[in-house]
Design a protein around this ligand. Sequence first.
Ligand SMILES: [Fe+2]
Length: 316
Amino acid sequence: MARSSQNMLKYFSPKKYINFLRLYPRLQNLSKINNKIARSMLIKYYFNLVKKNKSLKNFFIDQSPDVSKINFNIKDLYKGGDEIFNSLASNGIVILEEVLSSNEKNKILDYFNEIEQGKIVSNWKNEKIIDASSIKYKETNKVKISYMQKDLEYLPSLLKINNILTKKIFGKSIETFAEFFLHNCLEKENSDIYEDTKFHIDRYLPCLKIIYTPNEIDISGGPFGFIKKTHKLKNSFMNNLTINSKSFDVDENQLNEELKNNIVSSVCPENSLIITFTNGLHRRNVFKKKNIRRTIFFQFTDKFNFFSLLNHRHYN
Ligand SMILES: [Fe+2]
């Protein structure tokens, strides 16, 4: 076949378009668009798709009445969770406490122990422990991050909770898997040395992250930090950031008073679940002492992607 027709085939290859549909829009692609009008048109196009999903519209577009409470008990979720979801829609973050039975929590600590000891005995999606710090934090090694993935069939209560939460937020339950992160902080960190310890956004469209911690996370243990209300797609500071920024992160001195007042550090007791929208401004606070942090992350951008946004009727 002539080279030109091969190129034509490549251009019209259905696979290319199917792969594009399977992706959830990324910041890397947005940053390549330098023309501000083009950028804001693209953002508007996506925001209109979000608006067509009734559940997403409630959490990310509609104005929500102020709710000051962000800490709840897991029992509140099993009772229907109205207060939890009202707070999540208003603030973009809630913390659920006393999430698992002590049996299940201990099972999770055993799983973390496998990673810590480097002795893998249970079933994981990947066979070897991944050194995430060498990928993420190239130059320094104050924090060593070990990473493993597990199917949710081994974490039945967390699977059930994920199903309840995603049904409410996306309109239908979304499948995912568990990402185990072991942060071993070998030395006290200075502020803002890594990208994830600066306020940043992961996406510019609705993005849910759920984080389970079997241990208490105190103020010196690298708690997750969030600026309340920045998950709303109409937030003017956020619109300005997505249309004008190259890097999608902000220094603390760029924040106005209102944003500063809305900063929360999600210190939490053992056995807690942090539910948050990381299209809002967030960061990992630095470790202020030598410490080990064990967290399980649940993310949904694989299974809820551009095609899901287009296919909004299926979710309503
Ligand atoms: Fe992030």
